[in-house]
Design a protein. Structure first.
Lengths: 155, 165
């Protein structure tokens, strides 16, 4: 009887921190930024509102929690034979959507940390656009670069 | 027995707390991709040449005439679809004299000998595709219709072809 009571009390005490912890934070890369075919000397632009070509990350975490979004952005894309092509990000090239819809974004500068709030069910999405700037003598071929989004739950 | 149960619960609490602390930061990556295409170049490979014509006698140069048909040489992105558009003169000129030119015809092929060439009527918008090596050859033929009193002279005109991806 004494042992049974001790176990029950222990479980109740554990119940408090378990509820506060909620679900773990996850970040998922859903879609890359796709410039498609571009010509030397003519910039290729992808808007963050482009449903087919903008980049997208999905976030899951504690309900209604504040999170800090920080990008690690490339300066160049790498192509054939190590050829480089500049890639830039404007001050409104990223967008956050609590509803996870591309049409309900709040724009922000991906070069600066941005504080967002996850939805009531702990969700949010980040969209990103960019501009590729091929030189007039840019070598033909495929170019790639990596964008990383780091999400931190604020206390 | 009682002591054992309490120790187990304490250990579980510590383990759960530790897991949550590590999950407060997370990241993911995506890739940006682009394909830079080879610019299109168009060169006048060969003039459309009617050679000698006689007053009142029409003369036609066929687009399949490899020696006399006009030819444009295109280079660009391999296997890329393109659109050709032509500006075609209605007359050739020799000073103030003119001579009608009409009935334009075209052949496109991905080699200079017209192997597997495809005929077409040149106009404002003609689809074509560059070869796997990024080549396209366009030949043009036409007809001139000199009048019976056509003035002697050398008659010329300009044909322009524009290619866009």
């Amino acid at each position: 009887m004494t042992r049974g009571l001790s176990v029950l009390v222990g479980a109740m005490l554990l119940g408090v921190p378990l509820r506060a912890q909620s679900r773990p934070l996850t970040v998922t890369g859903v879609r890359g930024v796709t410039f498609g075919a571009i010509l030397p000397g003519i910039p290729g632009v992808v808007l963050r509102t482009d449903a087919a070509n903008s980049g997208q990350f999905d976030i899951r975490g504690p309900n209604r929690s504040q999170v800090l979004l920080s990008f690690t952005l490339p300066l160049v894309m790498t192509g054939p034979g190590g050829a480089l092509m500049p890639v830039t990000f404007g001050s409104s090239d990223a967008g956050y959507s609590q509803a996870q819809t591309i049409g309900s974004q709040v724009g922000f500068d991906p070069k600066q940390p941005f504080t967002a709030t996850l939805s009531n069910n702990g969700r949010g999405s980040v969209f990103v656009g960019s501009t590729a700037k091929p030189a007039t003598n840019q070598r033909a071929g495929g170019y790639t670069a990596t964008l990383t989004l780091t999400v931190t739950v604020l206390p | 027995m009682r002591t054992t149960a309490r120790l187990s619960l304490a250990a579980a609490a510590l383990a759960l707390t530790g897991t949550v602390a590590q999950a407060q930061t997370n990241n993911a990556s995506i890739t940006a991709t682009a394909t830079v295409q080879t610019p299109i170049n168009v060169a006048a490979g060969q003039q459309l040449n009617f050679a000698n014509v006689f007053p009142g006698v029409n003369k036609t140069v066929a687009a399949t005439d490899l020696l006399n048909a006009g030819r444009f040489d295109v280079t660009g992105q391999s296997s890329a679809p393109v659109t050709l558009s032509f500006t075609l003169p209605a007359t050739l000129s020799s000073g103030s004299n003119t001579m009608p030119i009409d009935t334009y015809a075209g052949v496109r092929a991905d080699n200079g000998s017209q192997t597997s060439g495809v005929g077409f009527v040149p106009g404002a918008s003609n689809p074509a595709t560059l070869s796997a090596t990024g080549l396209l050859f366009i030949w043009l033929g036409a007809r001139v219709t000199p009048a019976t009193n056509q003035a002697q002279g050398i008659y010329t005109g300009s044909i322009t072809m524009t290619v866009v991806y």
